[in-house]
Design a binder for this molecule. Structure first.
Ligand code: 3HC
Length: 287
């Protein structure tokens, strides 16, 4: 391997995908953001544009925002996105079959030394790479939401990943001015989400049992423990549907308070209602 990374293709323009594309463009990479439908790509690009503008407004960007945006191009064409790129980062929904199919297609459309990374948060890298001919090219690169604000990235070695690939992915994350954490054991949810999921799930059980209410649990974590968001606000922030899907995928039980919101299509911030009401904006008052 050892190919220098200059160009990055991000597959999936949702909240993680457009955020990863933004981070790479800020770090100076030429980035292609690809999704399957033009409207998804447009939405992702709009949010990326908003975020870059917000960073500039807050004095958190050390360059002209237009220069960042100039490094991002968008497409729905998979081959055009990955054909001549050094690194592919997949950030599509957490569906194993969908990811396997995509990696097989990407492998066929890329040069042999292109590094293939998945931003999966809950699946095993080894399982995602199972349909590729060269699973040694595939690693995990797990960013946190929102990528532009979160410092940590888990770099994951699948069972067959080449050490060179892991090293290159690790170096790439460092070049983004992020802190990579190497995960050598390819287990579902890696390290961080194995810690974080109980943080969000346990208060759900307590709420179901009438032992805690939403604001109380969040206030306790924020005011007493110093967390930036309480567990329920964090669940709303990431999307309640994603939380429930991830638990169900591994046949884990889901607290009723999560399930009933998802059944009612109240998915958190993105729909304007979840454990909290976001009609008037994203801020949550725990008082
Ligand atoms: N880009 C640019 N600006 C952004 C932004 C983004 N993506 N998100 C928020 N901002 C802006 C806000 O709009 C706000 O601007 P305003 O004051 O003009 O309205 C400004 O940043 C400041 O916002 P806040 O003061 O409210 O918040 P902070 O900047 O201090 O932090 C936060 C925001 C980083 C989201 C913080 O609340 C936080 O760290 N929350 C926890 C996030 C977390 O734990 N993420 C991990 C989730 S788990 C995960 O990702 C797992 C994966 O597998 C899915």
């Amino acid at each position: 391997m050892g190919r220098e990374i200059d160009t990055v293709a991000v597959l999936g323009a949702g909240s993680m995908g457009h955020g990863i594309a933004e981070v790479a463009a800020i770090a100076g990479y030429d980035v292609t953001l690809r999704d399957i439908e033009e409207s998804y790509v447009e939405d992702g690009y709009e949010q990326l544009e908003w975020s870059v503008g917000k960073l500039a407004e807050k004095g958190q960007l050390d360059q002209d925002p237009d220069a960042v945006l100039d490094r991002v191009r968008t497409t729905t064409d998979l081959e055009a996105a990955v054909g001549d790129t050094d690194l592919v980062v997949e950030a599509i929904p957490e569906d194993l079959e969908m990811k396997r199919d995509l990696f097989a297609d990407v492998e066929a459309a890329t040069a042999a030394d292109t590094i293939l990374a998945t931003n999966t948060s809950s699946l095993r890298v080894t399982d995602i790479a199972a349909e590729t001919e060269h699973p040694e090219r595939v690693c995990g690169m797990h960013f946190f939401n929102p990528p532009v604000k979160m410092d940590l990235v888990e770099v994951v070695s699948g069972e067959e990943t080449d050490d060179d690939v892991v090293d290159a992915a690790y170096g790439f994350v460092e070049s983004l001015d992020k802190t990579p954490v190497l995960v050598r054991k390819d287990i579902p949810e890696f390290v961080v989400n194995n810690v974080l999921v109980p943080f969000m799930e346990e208060p759900g059980w307590m709420r179901d049992a009438g032992e805690a209410d939403v604001r109380q649990a969040d206030a306790a974590m924020v005011y007493r423990r110093g967390y930036p968001m309480g567990p329920f606000e964090l669940a709303d922030f990431g999307g309640l549907d994603i939380f429930v899907h991830t638990r169900e995928q591994w046949n884990e039980p889901v607290p009723e308070c999560y399930r009933s919101l998802v059944d009612g299509d109240d998915l958190g911030r993105k729909t304007g209602e979840g454990f909290y009401d976001y009609e008037d904006g994203p801020g949550v008052d725990y008082e």
